[in-house]
Write a protein that binds this ligand. Structure first.
Ligand code: R2B
Ligand code: URA
Length: 310
């Protein structure tokens, strides 16, 4: 288990304006190589490149995150219309990163290990760049429970597969458990914004983060399956009773790491299907493409409103 000291430090960081790391070793490094971004503190002027960042949006796919930055650029009237923003991580094909004005858009791949590696380097990048008052939002896809497909869920709490608001990791052979609370005010602000987007339903609820898309989410259509439809339904009903509205694969480590480093964080995911009705995602491509734009539209509107009020 994490020591009380570690937990207290992480809580203290909650109120800090600057991005803080929970690692004293970083201050002693001569150079910090952000290997999976193809960036380094000695070859790149990180404060000049990123010091003005106030909003970071992360999502699974590189093309979706490129689409998001183009959308935000058009909404905010930044950059040249139609222009393709350059990928800042062009030296590597692990992750893609784009920036317009104070908005940074980064892809994280699928699952906890992939997003965790990206977040270690992103949090260090924001720290080295001396960024302050940063809001970070994951925009993604998910499976809904009892919601019409295409509904958007703003996460109140990211919970694990036992419905606990915790992220557990094995560190040096020991269990380290970190809380996954998200910023309550940010949830309210996003929820307020959603009232201006009446074309789709937005709800606030808990999000279950799993380590797998198939058995981990109770699907019956993977290569392996050791339970029945009835078992699956009982599990999803138990999740629903615990306030879970959707299931995805990154929210818990995202919430835990951002919280520990003092970032205001939120998770906004569209539901691609209702898991009470089935497991396969069979909607036509154009329908899924439109669904995936919904979190982008909500978060784009939120950023626009924040900057207008700034
Ligand atoms: C949502 O969708 C992906 C799996 O299809 C995964 O990254 C997630 O969280
Ligand atoms: N992403 C998930 O993780 N699960 C789903 O059911 C759909 C998208």
């Amino acid at each position: 288990m994490a020591s009380a000291g570690t937990q207290t430090k992480e809580l203290e960081n909650d109120n800090a304006c600057f991005v803080q790391l929970c690692n004293p070793n970083i201050a002693t490094l001569k150079e910090d190589v952000l290997y999976h971004f193809g960036l380094s503190t000695s070859t790149h002027d990180l404060p000049a490149m990123f010091g003005d960042v106030k909003f970071v949006c992360v999502g699974g796919s590189p093309s979706r995150m490129k689409g998001f930055i183009k959308y935000v650029a058009a909404e905010l009237g930044l950059g040249r219309p139609g222009e393709d923003p350059p990928n800042i991580c062009e030296g590597t094909d692990r992750y893609a990163m784009f920036k317009v004005g104070p908005v940074l858009s980064v892809s994280h791949g699928m699952g906890v290990p992939s997003i965790a590696i990206m977040l270690h380097e992103l949090l260090k990048l924001l720290y080295h760049a001396r960024c302050s008052s940063v809001t970070i939002i994951r925009i993604g896809t998910s499976g809904g429970i009892g919601l019409e497909p295409g509904s958007v869920v703003i996460t109140r709490q990211a919970v694990d597969a036992y419905f606990k608001p915790e992220f557990e990791q094995v560190v040096l052979g020991k269990r380290v458990v970190r809380p996954t609370d998200l910023d309550e005010r940010l949830v309210q602000e996003l929820s307020e914004c959603s009232k201006d987007l009446r074309e789709f339903r937005t709800v606030v609820g808990n999000t279950m983060c799993t380590m797998d898309f198939y058995e981990g989410q109770g699907r019956l259509d993977g290569a392996l399956c050791c339970y029945t439809e009835r078992d699956k339904q009982a599990y999803l009903q138990a999740a629903l009773a615990a306030g879970v509205q959707n299931i995805e694969m990154e929210s818990s480590v995202f919430a835990a790491m951002c919280r520990a480093c003092g970032l205001r964080a939120a998770v906004v995911c569209v539901t691609l299907l209702d898991r009470l009705e089935g497991d396969q995602i069979c909607s036509p491509h154009n329908v899924l493409a439109e669904f995936q734009q919904r979190p982008q539209r909500l978060v784009g509107l939120f950023i626009k409103k924040c900057l207008a009020g700034a």
